[in-house]
Design a protein around this ligand. Structure first.
Ligand code: AMP
Ligand code: MG
Length: 308
């Protein structure tokens, strides 16, 4: 008889007042002006408890990711896409390392989106996004995303006219298509306060091991802070849909942001109700073969002779 594999870790949500997806979800009335980036909404446990909870979440994430991967190997079509948007220093890289890093890298498809290459620029802005979507069984991670084309592009007027309402519609339609094809989309806006950003930029300059992350252009982004925030607010209000809702992540406390995104990812995977694929071979027959091989090994018969 084959036993159930690893046991489910049975993590509790005791320290959360409600599911993170409810607590952090934002929509058409989202106001960035009244958003507190230092808050820890719904979590009363503090940092130490958060780190402990992260460990439990990580174990469950890891098992569910393996189930998703197994499903993908056996004809499944489902996947998960984590979209990370945020200003420089908001902690997107930390999410990739500390949250996504808790699962098997072979099941992760990570892609970051920078200034478009010449080839990318010759296509519609969603072209490079579509090409980077996760395959069945994978957890896709976007470090920046299609939203750059209604954020940096808008703030810096990199296209003519006022195509934003049209682009919001296009993005919504695109995401609906992606969701309907079996990809659960988890969108996280990592929102850091300008004071905390300044502190992090300063730290990057003060540390040799952080210079590689510093980009003099980051300060230009800062100089347009209000325009960026207005663009974020407008984008979030217009693209938070039932099939791809936005979550606003207060990112001044790295530990909270990491915990929050872990929970959102966990909820997404739990929602898939993933099992293990059934064996497509005769388990009992294989067990008999193994028993015979063990028996032969005990008697010193080379295993070669048992093959075929
Ligand atoms: P980083 O994430 O720090 O590697 O920086 C990538 C940079 O590329 C950021 O400044 C983004 O705003 C910029 N970027 C990403 N997508 C676009 C785009 N579609 N058009 C212009 N700049 C972009
Ligand atoms: Mg940067």
């Amino acid at each position: 008889m084959a036993k159930e594999g690893k046991k489910k870790s049975g993590t509790s949500t005791r320290a959360w007042e409600a599911p993170a997806s409810q607590l952090l979800r934002v929509g058409s009335d989202f106001s960035i002006g009244s958003f507190d980036a230092a808050a820890t909404p719904g979590w009363s446990g503090g940092e130490k408890a958060a780190l402990k909870r992260m460990k439990d979440v990580g174990e469950e994430l890891s098992e569910l990711q393996e189930r998703l991967f197994a499903e993908g190997k056996h004809g499944g079509t489902r996947s998960v896409l984590l979209v990370l948007q945020g200003m420089d220093t908001a902690g997107k890289g930390g999410i990739v390392r500390h949250v996504v890093g808790m699962v098997d890298p072979q099941g992760v498809h990570h892609r970051s989106f920078g200034v478009p290459t010449e080839e990318e620029r010759s296509h519609h802005y969603l072209w490079r996004i579509r090409n980077a979507l996760p395959k069945p069984g994978k957890i896709g991670v976007f470090d920046r995303s299609q939203y750059e084309d209604v954020l940096v592009v808008r703030v810096n007027r990199l296209v003519d006219g006022d195509p934003w309402p049209e682009r919001f519609g296009e993005i919504n339609d695109f995401e609906r298509e992606v969701a309907e094809s079996g990809t659960v989309i988890v969108k996280c806006a990592m929102l850091v306060s300008p004071d905390e950003q300044l502190r992090r930029l300063e730290e990057r300059l003060a540390r040799l091991d952080k210079h590689w992350k510093y980009n003099p252009g980051d300060l230009n982004e800062r100089e347009n802070w209000d325009a960026y925030m207005a663009a974020y607010e407008d984008a979030i209000r217009n693209t938070s849909t039932d099939w791809a809702p936005w979550h606003a992540i207060p990112a001044d406390n790295k530990w909270f942001a990491r915990l929050a995104v872990s929970e959102l990812l966990l909820e997404a995977l739990q929602g898939l109700e993933l099992g293990w694929p059934a064996a497509d071979f005769d388990v009992a027959a294989e067990q008999s073969r193994i028993a015979a091989a063990k028996d032969a090994a005990r008697r010193g018969v080379p295993s070669m002779r048992l093959q075929g």
